[in-house]
Design a protein around this ligand. Structure first.
Ligand code: PLP
Length: 455
């Protein structure tokens, strides 16, 4: 195997020749080469040229406990020696699976007491899609099948999950969406709110759900799926009026709520779950990422008593993955949850780190090119704009300025992602105050260099 000491150009050439990357243009890989990350510790990544990069994205919104926790490596090695694999099909279980299910049920709010394990967030959403349809069919309502979701929501990349998502670029490839999915608009006041106040706009966008249910017929709608705070769409935080109105509508028409907590779950919003932060009472929560802090691939659908009872009594649920509750991933997730809890990481993130980050992040709003700063817990975004009073976009070439800014961030040893012309962060929950100072300093510098380049 090649080592960390191989020249970057050699690694990049092999990568471009053989490795097909997600969400990356192949031509770009050939032209520029991929960034090669070789190791990581705490909130810092090291690349093959020896640069130390502050990871403002916690990998892909997932490394909540930070990099380099030996305990997780030890637990994985021990579990591999004892029982590296066994499945949970056909009435079989193992100790990591049942212990993790119990621990998740303890942490989850309300009556979310049951867990179906998956390999990822996308898998989990496919599970949920099938589960809500099966839930209604098992009660003699086989026509209650449609799931409503939102444009610019992100729920994963499988056929089901990408159909639930509202990413038009994804729908344009591979014949999506599959039948039985309907979309409504997102609650993004900054870009789409026009002359309405945020509160008016929140109600208006929530009422689109009611209009869609009326249009389709409540007897045909199984569930509504949404992220508590949209992540990949650009950290879109709904106005305060939005979720209470959605709750009212779902209760009125007896429609299930799937909260996609793949990003928001396990501390990201300052509570264990985004549903708690946003005042939602879901019937199912989709989780992955922070469940293992990304140290092992695992997802979990966390299911209410009401839904689980119907599914459990309806005979076999003909669904499952070889790696559902993979013992090594489950053991790693358990250790991650122990660390998040016993070290008070979630609590500190909500009470100490989030307010500190908020003050720094909102300070970036003083830059002439920053028009909107949004933050919930440790996920945040800002809009780059040519005119903040008009809430204007860089219309003709949306995303170009964001891309320049992302590159300037890298040049300043900071990972910050862009979604169009919104810049987003989601750092490890363990980020310290001095590391937040550095993040804000580098972000300001990158934004300013972008400003100089485009003005
Ligand atoms: N749901 C949400 C809200 C996500 O942000 C993601 C991934 O970013 C997914 C689902 C898909 O998860 P995965 O990439 O683990 O399949």
């Amino acid at each position: 195997m090649l080592t960390n000491h191989a020249p970057t150009a050699e690694l990049q050439a092999i990568d471009a020749a053989h490795h097909m990357h997600p969400f990356t243009a192949g031509a770009e890989l050939n032209a520029k080469g991929a960034r090669v990350i070789t190791r990581a510790n705490g909130v810092y990544l090291t690349d093959s040229d020896g640069n130390e990069i502050l990871d403002g994205m916690a990998g892909l919104w997932c490394v909540n406990i930070g990099y380099g926790r030996e305990e997780l490596a030890d637990v994985a090695a021990q579990q591999m020696r004892q029982l590296p694999f066994y499945n949970t099909f056909f009435q079989t279980t193992h100790i990591p699976a049942l212990t993790l299910a119990k621990r998740i049920a303890e942490l989850a709010p309300g009556d979310l007491n049951h867990v179906f394990f998956n390999g990822s967030g996308s898998d989990a959403n496919d599970t949920n899609l099938r589960m809500v349809r099966h839930f209604w069919a098992a009660q003699g309502k086989p026509e209650k099948q449609v799931v409503i979701s939102r444009w610019n929501g992100y729920h994963g990349s499988t056929m089901g999950a990408a159909s639930l998502g509202g990413m038009k670029g994804m729908h344009a490839q591979g014949g999506l969406p599959i039948p039985g999915i309907a979309h409504i608009n997102q609650p993004d006041w900054w870009s789409e709110g026009g002359d309405m106040t945020p509160e008016e706009f929140g109600i208006a966008r929530a009422r689109e759900l009611e209009a869609k249910i009326e249009e389709i017929g409540a007897d045909k709608v199984a569930a509504f799926i949404a992220e508590p705070v949209q992540g990949a769409g650009g950290v879109i935080v709904p106005p305060d009026s939005y979720w209470p109105e959605i709750n009212r509508i779902l209760a009125k028409y007896d429609i299930l709520l799937i909260a996609d907590e793949v990003i928001c779950g396990f501390g990201r919003t300052g509570n264990w779950f985004g549903s708690q932060t946003m005042g939602m009472t879901p019937d199912i929560m989709t989780t992955a990422k922070g469940l293992s802090s990304g140290y092992a691939p695992i997802g979990a659908s966390i299911v209410s008593d009401r839904v689980a009872q119907v599914i459990n009594e309806a005979g076999d649920f003909n669904h499952g993955y070889t790696y559902s509750a993979h013992p090594v991933a489950a053991a790693v997730a358990l250790e991650n949850l122990r660390i998040l809890d016993e070290e008070g990481i979630v609590e500190r993130a909500g009470k100490v780190t989030a307010p500190y980050l908020k003050a720094k992040w909102e300070g970036l709003g003083d830059h002439p090119m920053v028009g909107d700063t949004k933050i919930v817990g440790l996920m945040a975004s800002l809009a780059l704009t040519p005119n903040k009073d008009r809430r204007a976009n860089f219309a003709a070439d949306a995303g170009t300025v964001g891309l320049i800014c992302r590159e300037r961030c890298f040049a300043n040893n900071l990972v910050m992602r862009h979604v169009g012309d919104r810049m987003i962060i989601s750092p490890p929950l363990v980020i310290s105050e001095s590391e937040i100072d550095l993040l804000a300093e580098r972000a300001w510098k990158a934004i300013d260099e972008t400003y100089q380049a485009v003005r």
